[in-house]
Each structure stands twice: as C-alpha cells, then as structure tokens.
Design a protein around this ligand. Structure first.
Ligand SMILES: [Fe+2]
Ligand SMILES: [Fe+2]
Length: 332
C-alpha cells in the first residue's frame, strides 16, 4: 500500500469487512442528542471478572465499549451560530485550524492503514470505526472553517504510511498528549463565556470522542504488548521510546511542514502552551492549566468501566510537574 494517495477517504475501501455507520439524514432532535451524549460518556460491561490485557475478554469488551458508545451525530446538520465580530475574530485568529484539519486527515488514514493489518476482527473493526470518526472530525472542522470564512493553507495529498505501525503509534500517542491539554483548554473556553454556547455544544461530542479514542488506544497498546514474544516486545518498546522522542522533538517546535504548493507552514505545535490566553481573558497560569487538565481528564474517563485501562503518561507527567509548581501567593 506504500505511496498510495487518497483524495477522497473511504474506510470501507481500505477495510472491506468494515460497515460504516448509517446516520439519520435529518437532525435527530434535542432529546435524541442528549440521550446520545449520555450514552457516549457511560459504559459499564456486564461481563464478570478482570480484563487481563491480551485476554479474549479484554479485547472483546474494549471493542464493545468503543462501538456501543458511538455518537451518531451528523456533521452536515450541525448548526453554526452567528458570531458577533469579536467572537468571530477570536476564532479565525486561533493558530490551530491548518494543523487541526491536517491532523485529522492524517489520523484517519493512519488508523485505517493500521486497522487493515490487524487479523483480530473486533480490534480491526474498532480501529476502522476510529478512522471513520477521524474523517468525521475533519468534516466538522471543514464545515466550521467554511461557515466562518477561515482561510486554510492548501492540504498536501494524504499518503498512506510506509511504516504503518510507526505511523499508528505516532498518531495514538499524539492524541494522548493533545487530548489531555485540549480537555483543559476546552473547559477554559467554555468558562470564558467568549464563545456562543451552541458552538461549545457542537464541539463537545468531538472532545468526548477523542477521550474514547485514547481509551481505545491505551487498551489496544496493552493488548498488543501482551501478544508479543519477549524479543519482539523489546523491539516494540524501543519503537515506543523513539515515538516519544519524535513527539518531543516535534513539540519543541523543530518540525516544519510544507503545504501543497511547497510553501513552508509554521505550525503552532505548542498551541497548548499559549492556547489558554487565546481562548480566555482570564489570567491562567501553567499550574492552574495543569490542574484543570487533570480534572477534566478524570471527569471524561469517569463514566467508563474501571477495568479498561486509561492513558497514563500525560496525567503522570502533569502530576510530576505539579510537584515543582507552587501556588501563586495572593498579594494582600
Ligand atoms: Fe480527531
Ligand atoms: Fe481521535
């Protein structure tokens, strides 16, 4: 599959036994939307006993969680509220839209490419659905960008990765990092009152979907590790360490990307550091942001069966960093 480019994305073409969800053509109404919101946040398995990583029950229940918490919203029927000039300017000037659209474009392809390599049918189907949901995120973003007249850099063609596992690991761990900060920033944006509540409501399912994605990724990771012989496990852990090194390098701003016309695009990979100021007028320091990210992270995962593994690294790093950050003394 190397060097293949896809102008239009079709998970079913990459994974022939995957059936894409059918969505209702019309807006489902307030009650159905609220029911779907509750359903997507809560899932407790009726299976008994522990979910030992790598066991049949672990893979089955992980994938069942993912499919049964699917939220059937349809991007085409989302309403884009009219914005006052200040709110519109605030949104248009956020330096995230190019990277957000392109990240979803890459994620859908990388997840589908990796899903196609998995023999286990439940996991293959769950990862294919994850890829389908990333494509839906791209659709939501594209519609929002069009609705508010946000100019985007041209997108380079999306290319199927040569190293499918590496690309999937980069995407999965990236989502773990970005979602952790996005949960906190989204709540700051919500509390700021600077954005219309309807816009916050529109993006809420996208946020929760990212939570489900990294929940699936954490359990895929544990399941995958349990399948490996000791020597393949060592090679895999070296690969994981290299992925983290790559992501660290990328996030300290050394990575550059080119658009389809060959122009260098300076992406704000450190948006999370500067983002709180962009979505709120309140003075939020790094310590408060970390605490809020942890709180939102815990809240978003709280409704899922405790036997499913949660992503650990970002919350652990945040807790570690907080040990060196002291509360600001209030001047008296
Ligand atoms: Fe996404
Ligand atoms: Fe995702």
């Amino acid at each position: 599959m190397s060097d293949q480019t896809l102008e239009s994305f079709d998970v079913e073409r990459l994974i022939p036994d995957f059936a894409a969800p059918l969505l209702a053509p019309l807006s489902p109404g307030r009650a159905a939307i609220e029911a779907a919101e509750v359903n997507t946040r809560h899932w407790i398995s009726d299976a008994e006993g522990p979910f030992t990583p790598g066991s049949e029950i672990h893979v089955r229940e992980t994938c069942r969680m993912f499919c049964e918490t699917f939220n059937p919203y349809r991007p085409a029927v989302l309403d884009w509220p009219t914005l006052d000039p200040q709110a519109r300017e605030r949104i248009v000037s956020l330096p995230i839209w190019d990277i957000a659209v392109q990240t979803e474009g890459k994620a859908r392809l990388r997840m589908a490419a990796y899903a196609a390599t998995i023999a286990e049918p439940h996991m293959r189907n769950a990862l294919a659905l994850n890829a389908w949901e990333e494509n839906r995120h791209k659709d939501v973003l594209s519609r929002m960008v069009a609705a508010y007249g946000i100019a985007l850099a041209s997108e380079a063609p999306y290319v199927l990765p040569r190293d499918v596992e590496w690309a999937y690991l980069v995407t999965g761990f990236s989502e773990c990092i970005d979602s952790f900060f996005a949960f906190g920033l989204f709540e700051i944006a919500h509390r700021s009152g600077l954005f219309p509540p309807e816009l916050i409501d529109t993006f809420e399912p996208v946020m929760q979907e990212e939570c489900r994605h990294i929940l699936l990724f954490a359990n895929w990771l544990a399941w995958h590790r349990a399948q490996l012989s000791w020597w393949r496990r060592i090679a895999f852990e070296l690969e994981v360490a290299a992925v983290w090194a790559f992501l660290g390098w990328e996030r300290i701003g050394l990575a550059r990307s080119m658009d389809a016309d060959g122009n260098e695009q300076k992406q704000d990979n450190n948006f999370t550091v500067n983002g709180a100021r962009a979505v709120s007028n309140a003075d939020i320091d790094v310590r408060d942001l970390m605490l809020l990210c942890l709180q939102e992270n815990d809240m978003r995962f709280s409704g899922y069966d405790v036997r499913l593994l949660r992503p650990q690294t970002m919350p652990a790093l945040a807790r570690f960093a907080l040990r060196f950050m002291h509360e600001k003394k209030v001047a008296t």
